[in-house]
Design a protein around this ligand. Structure first.
Ligand code: NAD
Length: 481
């Protein structure tokens, strides 16, 4: 029987005000319903924000290490449920078991990390220039944080917003993506079991277009943190900042990997294939543009195609790549295949749906490589968000750099090279928030800042590491003569 999951508001599991629900299905077997969730309304958002506002003072004044102890216990609760959450993630979002297990572990690690951070929170003593003056800074939480998250990392992204917000004394209302809300609710469950005070954390499920505006514009909400598409993120940023809130939006990407003249071609093909086809290409940092020096181009394309064709597609444990999350995401990728062919790119491999009894009606698509992609082609410029990578040939490093930077996005970028000088120039001159040498564009450790340039990010704030603490903190300066 299908389980019906409730919202978590003011320390209680509750139905939405209108009693309506919606279903989430398994992208590997779309006839199977994974769970039902509350189709909440603006009234549910209102209750959640009120609860968060009421809980603010108690949580903000609790000594930070005590908040840390609750986060630590929540991390342990998540760890106990790791296998169950991994399977839920596989069924709801379509990651392979290995990818899903890695993501759940990341969420656990984030909670432990920010639990430890609470020991150092509060402010710092400074030396004043006049004798007898006590000069120090005091850190305060911003207040109530409204968090809006996408489906592609449905537990890690809510965790990397929620954990620093809570550690620093903010209360939160989370609106997770409607395609995969199950694991985000599990974060509330883990905190509930750790006896977090009522109202400090609230999770309300439902449609973004219905719940986003009342959350973002609510006068009791002080900060808004959003991750998702550039189109929605720009609207969210505009309305949040118009309403005078501190706001941060992490958005799309079109991430390049440059393959230099001196590159080890086999290594480059591994790096691009992992970056492009891992998590079915549904990562904001996925490699979607390989920019390759002409001297190694043909050899590289052959090596990349071999890797793409070696990928076993299917659900769960035994396969290398799962389905796309939904029919519309699958259609989106297949439409880009048509567009690329019409624009004159050469389809090297993939481009369609794989066949096989074990694939059923799942939203699977083949890992796809296009060569001969020019800079004005749509597959060069637009985020596809599927396992599709374009290859563009360049004559030298200058052209490679210019080509990498020819994008409205600037999230992650990498270079494969054995030329140290080239690597150094790339790191400094590529327009992206994350720059990597001889590594894939995806994957970032949790203790370093994350964010992009241009349309990938609102650049004022970063997330993760100490940057996560900064966004949820107001610094004040005190002179005591
Ligand atoms: P999306 O923009 O469709 O949805 C993101 C969230 O916004 C969801 O919770 C959704 O319900 C909500 N939403 C939708 N309409 C809204 C509105 N009008 N007001 C407020 N909220 C609204 O994105 P998605 O399809 O869930 O995720 C994929 C996108 O996320 C990709 O573009 C990807 O690059 C991006 N992403 C970026 C990062 C990053 O850190 N930069 C990380 C992961 C994903």
């Amino acid at each position: 029987m299908t389980s019906t999951q409730q919202n978590y508001v003011n320390g209680e599991w509750s139905d939405s005000e209108n009693g309506e629900t919606f279903e989430c299905t398994d992208p590997a077997a779309p006839d199977e319903v994974v769970a039902e969730y509350q189709r909440s309304t603006a009234a549910d958002v209102e209750s959640a924000v009120e609860a968060a506002a009421d809980a603010s003072e108690e949580w903000a004044t609790m000594p930070a290490p005590q908040r840390g102890a609750i986060l630590r216990e929540a991390a342990a609760n998540l760890a106990e449920r790791k296998e169950e959450l991994t399977q839920l993630l596989v069924r709801e979002e379509g990651k392979t078991s290995g990818e899903a297990g890695g993501e759940v572990q990341r969420a656990i690690d984030i909670f432990y990390y920010y639990a430890e951070k609470t020991r150092d929170l509060g402010g710092s003593r400074k030396s004043a220039s006049s004798a007898g003056t006590d000069l120090y800074t005091v850190d305060q939480p911003v207040g109530v944080a409204g968090l809006i998250t996408p489906w592609n990392y449905p537990i890690a992204i809510p965790a990397w917003k929620m954990a620093p917000a809570l550690a620093t004394g903010n209360t939160v209302v989370l609106k997770p993506a409607e395609l995969a809300p199950g694991t985000a609710l599990a974060l509330a469950g883990a905190l509930d079991e750790a006896d977090i005070p009522d109202g400090v954390v609230n999770v309300v499920t439902g449609k973004g277009s219905e719940l986003g505006p009342p959350l973002i514009e609510h006068e009791e909400v002080d900060a808004v943190s959003f991750t998702g598409s550039t189109e929605v993120g720009q609207q969210v940023y505009q309305s949040a900042t118009d309403a005078g809130k501190r706001a941060q939006c992490e958005m799309g990407g079109k991430n390049p990997t440059v393959v230099g003249e001196s590159a080890d071609v086999e290594q480059a093909a591994d790096i691009v294939a992992n970056g492009a086809f891992g998590v079915t290409g549904q990562a904001c940092t996925a490699c979607s543009r390989a920019i390759v020096h002409e001297s190694v181009h043909d050899e590289f394309v052959d090596a990349l195609v071999a890797r793409a064709e070696d990928i076993d597609i299917g659900p769960g444990d035994e396969y290398d790549m799962g389905p796309q999350v939904s029919e519309s995401e699958l259609e989106g990728t297949l439409d880009y295949v048509d567009v690329a062919e019409q624009e004159g790119a050469t389809l090297e491999t993939g481009g369609g749906q794989p066949e096989g009894e074990h694939l059923g009606d799942g939203y699977y698509v083949e890992p796809t490589v296009f060569s001969g992609v020019e800079r004005d082609f749509r597959i060069f410029q637009e985020e596809v968000f599927g396992p599709l990578v374009s290859v563009t040939e360049v004559a030298d490093f200058e052209e490679a750099l210019e080509t990498a930077n020819d994008s409205q996005y600037g999230l992650s970028a990498s270079i494969v090279t054995n030329d140290h000088e080239e690597a150094e120039r790339f790191v400094h001159e590529v327009e992206s928030g994350v720059a990597k040498v001889n590594a894939k564009t995806t994957g970032l450790e949790l203790h370093v800042p994350f964010g992009g340039f241009k349309q990938s990010s609102t650049e004022t704030w970063r997330e993760q590491g100490d940057a996560g603490i900064d966004f949820y903190t107001i610094q004040r300066t005190v002179y005591d003569e």
